[in-house]
Design a protein around this ligand. Structure first.
Ligand code: HEM
Length: 518
């Protein structure tokens, strides 16, 4: 590629195989005579082709297409003028502390080399290599999600991913599912507005989406939501602009991120948190643990707590970006889960898929391994390359407790948070579902041009759906906001039978600044 390779004559430039043997001929296989057949003892060739046959690992089941970069996070150490230690004892948030990070941004529903202009949420996953081990904040660009129960996730993904027969994404399958999942009305409103196509990775927001917990030294917890705000500003695309870019370059976001960092134009995001007291908050018309809901900024202000700078490109895409493994269970002392069911479902899914996708020892890879030393009795498994499980350890003792040596338990930096729970084990959804209230509010908070774009995009997609699905969606939008439902219905009624998608294209001339629906 762009890097010039100096062809010095010394041994360093000579090709070897993976056993370190010199490769004397990389152009011709060994054959019986010039015309073949080939011989089986051709170790070099067999090794080369066999390794090649295995070069790809399974794609991520979602978020297969992505780009990544290294950088750092620097904590401001304060929340709204108060020391952050009042809320969390996590060392990563100590004042002025710099922690190395690896970020991976992604689209969700298509394959590893699909266009980056798609109407799709964007993944925003950050791995913090803290002194207490790794912390992963695995979020999206949008601040809410489609569903609130993890048992629905495989169906939701099936509906959005290509049809199992045609291998084509189909709006009818998407809206068939969405029309029967009213909690998704809010997210669909964002997704079909220009917020559904961020212009690139540098100019998009990020969000942890779920409520998490912060825990202080006394074991007292608060609920928090995390948001990343790009210092570069926010930019979204209309469908028409996205189509134009896609026609010219379907790698534009990866290229934009890579080139910006190569040029020293390092992207930055500031991290904000919203804080809510622990509890069910009956005064709210929604459940604070519901990931389909925003915590509005006027009620729950955003507090700046640090910034992230991405200043180094990966040296190798496969080793770092492809094999990176993030998970919502990867937390450090002072940071905790909430009881959000979706969050808890995710926490199982990530490391489970990574044992399959990358292998049972995926945590030994440099991109996933914490910077601090590992001292563990978890050993063995495919590709376990460790011979040394830590310093000062009796190598015979791979169990605990022991009187003969080996590792002993460590302690937290403070009192454990011990939430009290009781109840029957049930299969029930939450009270206060309020599936449409915030969807309507978001519709009203969009700018005029964004609302026009939303209606055009919805009408274009819904026009390809069965009448029953259209009617159910109109009913859902009407429950969100009467005008919203009316405009979608009118749009569908006035659509000519053919060329409906073309009608859905918005005039890019009207593009202005994004709204602030949060
Ligand atoms: C990737 C599951 C909801 C953000 C993934 C992967 C799985 C998964 C299996 C592939 C991981 C890998 O191969 O390394 C789930 C389940 C969910 C859920 C079961 C709900 C029950 C969400 C939500 C968000 C999200 C709500 C955003 C807040 C991401 C991101 C990635 C990802 C950013 C890509 C991480 C990377 O860059 O490697 N998810 N997910 N997911 N998910 Fe989810």
């Amino acid at each position: 590629m762009k890097n010039k390779v100096s062809k010095d004559e010394n041994q360093k430039s000579k090709l070897t195989n993976q056993q370190g043997h010199p490769v004397t001929d990389n152009q011709n296989t060994r054959t019986v005579g010039k015309r073949g057949p080939t011989v089986l003892e051709n170790y070099d060739f067999l090794e080369k082709i066999s390794h090649f046959d295995r070069e790809k690992i399974p794609e991520r089941i979602v978020h297969a297409r992505g780009a990544g970069a290294h950088g750092y996070f620097e904590s401001y150490g304060e929340v709204n003028g108060e020391p952050i230690s009042k809320y969390t004892r996590a060392k990563v948030f100590e004042k002025g502390k710099r922690t190395p990070v690896f970020a991976r941004f992604s689209t969700v529903n298509h394959g590893k080399h699909s266009p980056e202009t798609l109407r799709d949420p964007r993944g925003f996953a950050i791995k913090f290599y803290t002194e207490d081990g790794n912390w992963d904040l695995v979020g999206n660009n949008l601040k809410i999600f489609f569903i609130r129960d993890p048992i629905k996730f495989p169906d939701f993904v099936h509906a959005f991913q290509p049809d199992p027969v045609t291998n084509i994404q189909d709006p009818e399958r998407i809206f068939d599912f969405i029309s029967q999942s009213p909690e998704a009305t809010h997210m669909i409103t964002f997704l079909f507005s220009p917020w559904g196509i961020p212009a690139n990775y540098r100019q998009m927001q990020g969000s942890g989406v779920h409520a998490y917990r912060w825990v202080n030294k006394e074991g007292k917890a608060v609920l928090v939501k995390y948001h990343w705000e790009p210092v570069q500003g926010i930019k979204n695309l209309t469908q028409q602009e996205a189509d134009k870019i896609q026609g010219m370059n379907f790698n534009h976001s990866t290229q934009d991120l890579y080139e910006a960092i190569e040029e020293g134009n390092y992207p930055e995001w500031e991290l904000y948190v919203q804080i809510m007291e622990e509890g069910e908050h009956p005064e709210l018309d929604f459940d604070p643990l519901d990931p389909t809901k925003l915590w509005y900024r006027d009620q729950f202000p955003w507090h700046k707590v640090g910034k992230m700078v991405l200043n180094e490109n990966p040296k190798n895409f496969h080793a770092e970006v492809e094999q990176a493994a993030f998970g919502t269970g990867v937390l450090v002392d002072g940071l905790d889960f909430s009881d959000d069911k979706l969050l808890q479902g995710r926490t199982y899914s990530y490391s489970d898929t990574q044992r399959y996708r990358v292998g049972p020892n995926y945590l030994q890879l440099p991109i996933n391994s914490p910077l601090k030393g590992i001292r563990t009795n978890q050993n063995g498994g495919q590709m376990d390359y460790r011979t040394d499980y830590g310093e000062d350890k009796n190598p015979h003792i791979n169990y605990e407790p022991s009187l003969l040596g080996g590792y002993t338990e460590d302690q937290n930096n403070g009192q454990e948070h011990e939430p009290y729970v009781e109840g029957n084990i049930v299969r029930e959804t939450i009270d206060r579902q309020n599936n449409f209230g915030q969807a309507g509010e978001t519709y009203r908070r969009l700018n005029d041009w964004e609302r026009d774009d939303l209606i055009n995009n919805l009408v274009g997609a819904l026009s390809q759906c069965h009448k029953d699905i259209q009617n159910q969606m109109i009913e859902n939008f009407t429950k969100a906001d009467e005008e919203y439902g009316k405009r979608v219905a009118e749009g569908l009624n006035s659509m000519p039978k053919d060329d409906k998608m073309e009608e859905a294209v918005h005039d890019a001339e009207q593009m202005g600044h994004p709204s602030d629906p949060y």
